[in-house]
Design a binder for this molecule. Sequence first.
Ligand code: FAD
Ligand code: SF4
Length: 330
Amino acid sequence: MREFRYERADDPAAAVALLAAEPSGAFLGGGTNLVDLMKLGVATPDVLVDVRTLTSAEVTDLPDGGLRIGAAVPNADLAADRRVRERFPVLAQALLAGASGQLRNRATTGGNLLQRTRCTYFTDVTRPCNKREPGSGCGALEGVHRNHAILGQTLDGPGACIATHPSDMAVALVALDAVVQVLGPEGERAVPIAELHRLPGDDPSRDTTLRHGELISAIELPPLPFAARSRYRKARDRASFAFALVSVAAAVDVADGVVRDVRLALGGVAHRPWRATTAEEALRGRPATEESFAAAADAELAAATPLRDNGFKVPLARNLVVRTLLEVAR
Ligand SMILES: Cc1cc2nc3c(=O)[nH]c(=O)nc-3n(C[C@H](O)[C@H](O)[C@H](O)COP(=O)(O)OP(=O)(O)OC[C@H]3O[C@@H](n4cnc5c(N)ncnc54)[C@H](O)[C@@H]3O)c2cc1C
Ligand code: SF4
């Protein structure tokens, strides 16, 4: 068995200082992803710094009508929060579409955002994987890749990676333009969530733009009145306890049959939650009809480069976008 240290700090700044001094260390939230990866030998931190009781476990109102979600808020509590259910139903639905009741009770907001890909080559240390072991290759490219990405992949070279990001919650937060509050060795900074997760580029080992030692302290949701009519839809192989093949988070503002504004993000299709900006652009000012929704989905998916076994994700994403937009625009 591999030994590691478990540390607790008195406050968030002390936790950041502890981790910054340990090149091979990690924060511990609910542990529902990190501890699994440690058991598999995929994650091998020398020290765990427990932050579950250090950051806020409260959801609070912001003066502008938005919400501040502490990084330690359990996923179950966030999904049940009355303000989230009324003002941002897409977020509550995304949370309830993920994991199980027991896991949602334990999992934290910060940890959910930073959970790692479920690519089976990544979690099997006997297989090649550029994300786990840079330069070893990508087993999924020529192997089993039915669940893998169709957008934004790196398809060759030492950076090859076609993994998808697993968090349902993150897809809803991207659609809602959330802002991630971070505390690091150099102080605080605010990261728009669209800039938190990365495409593989030439270094798939980095999932996010966070630096070592940076702690997520909270997520802020700006006000978005039309998000009261938002929706999360998830297509998966089993009705529960399964990650998304494709998912859609959508909110639409329709007046007199015309799309005034729209927020659209996709999950299960890329290395990061995919904000569908091309589709959004195609929709603003257009009639709120099935034809417009289908044209917008096609415009977004024109960039897709499906592989041997995951071409089905293109029509699946198209149909899911159209159905979800029809539902929220009704
Ligand atoms: C069987 C199973 C099914 C699942 N199904 C789904 C699903 O369908 N959809 C879905 O979205 N999720 C699913 N999950 C994943 C689950 O949602 C995540 O495991 C959970 O959200 C991770 O939260 P945690 O607090 O336990 O994170 P941890 O495991 O504690 O940490 C995860 C990562 O975040 C880092 N971290 C934790 N907190 C902070 C912080 N405050 N600041 C900086 N870094 C931090 C850790 O260092 C680690 O790298 C499933 C999990 C399991 C086991
Ligand atoms: S897709 Fe990415 S995570 Fe999966 S084997 Fe390839 S490099 Fe590793």
